[in-house]
Design a protein around this ligand. Structure first.
Ligand code: NCD
Length: 312
């Protein structure tokens, strides 16, 4: 593995290797002193052209726990604002001797572009509506922890599939691992017919949730949406919102995931998000697993010196 750009292009063996490595790293997160020397002397630079709370911070936490330098570029305050191209910005970061670049960009294909032009590992932290591999990996890690083997599970992905990179990475990752994937949403937010996914597609929530072991709920990505795709948030919520009422259509022990940020009361009710009434919400656990998955990705791409769990 030289880069982590898309799960479509990642082998089952590599997915398993990342998940197993992340599982072994989780123990470090429970220690009172969360620090191992594994990536000492390495430098990760994050370059985010889009907003982020969880993803950027968890990459920074992951790097710091492993003793790597973590440098975050604030794009709005960088030379990008002076008109510097993506290519020149990337070449500059490489010349500054970054050992790995984590990039989030509004253009689908930006991470591959970086990988094509640089000689250092690139991690895709979300490119347009294309892919967000570390998010799907942390989703799969969370599913594995609750349900064991992913093979044979039915995973429903609900909401704005069309604009979601999280959905695309989940579709490729989960189907490779042997899950049955249901995509559920209003017709205007489902993938185009040109996108050939090995999944079942539903524009009816009740039908799509039937038999679901896992329900992964997506935000309406209004920042990537043309106007007129939805009558109103209220209408959307009534027909596709995950609530205590609609969740009855899934299996009784269904696991609830959401990549965040959530819009409570739109795609998910507060009761479901907070795991009330015995609902199995793993949304906070996903965030913690995100640190472990990013530790694994950085470790596997940036270097393998020393024992990964050795204390510093
Ligand atoms: C997602 C993203 O940026 O694609 N968020 C995340 O990384 N946790 C999903 C979203 O923005 O809704």
């Amino acid at each position: 593995m030289r880069h982590l750009i898309s799960l479509r292009e990642t082998s089952v063996a590599d997915i398993l290797h990342i998940l197993d490595t992340a599982t072994s790293f989780k123990e470090i997160l429970a220690r009172p002193v969360k620090k191992v020397p594994t990536l000492r002397g390495r430098a990760m630079i994050t370059l985010f052209y889009e907003n982020s709370t969880r993803t950027r911070t968890s990459f920074e936490m992951a790097a710091k726990i492993m003793s790597a330098e973590a440098i975050n570029i604030a794009v709005a305050q960088s030379s990008v604002a002076k008109g510097e191209s993506l290519k020149d910005t990337l070449l500059t970061l490489q010349s500054l001797k970054a050992d790995c670049i984590v990039i989030r960009h509004h253009a689908s294909g930006a991470a591959q572009f970086a990988a094509d032009h640089l000689g250092i590992p690139i991690i895709n932290a979300g490119d347009g509506r294309h892919e967000h591999p570390t998010q799907a990996l942390l989703d799969m890690l969370t599913i594995r922890q609750h349900k064991g083997d992913i093979r044979g599970l039915t995973v429903a992905i609900v909401g704005d599939i069309h604009h979601s990179r999280v959905a695309r990475s989940n579709i490729w990752g989960l189907t490779k691992m042997g899950a049955n994937v249901h995509l559920i949403g209003p017709r205007t937010l489902l993938p185009n017919s040109g996108e050939q996914f090995p999944v079942k597609v539903f524009d009816n929530l009740q039908q799509g949730l039937e038999g679901a072991d896992v329900v992964n709920v997506l935000r309406l990505q209004t920042e990537r949406m043309e106007k007129g795709l939805l009558p109103s948030n209220r209408e959307y919520s009534r027909l596709f919102g995950i609530s205590v009422r609609s969740l009855k259509w899934a299996k009784p022990d269904a696991l609830i995931l959401h990549p965040g940020p959530m819009n409570r009361g739109v795609e998910i009710s507060a009761e479901v998000a907070d795991g009330e009434h015995g609902i199995h919400s793993a949304i906070e656990e996903q965030v913690t697993n995100g640190v472990a998955v990013r530790m694994a990705a950085l470790y596997l791409l940036m270097g393998t010196q020393g024992s990964p769990t050795q204390e510093g």
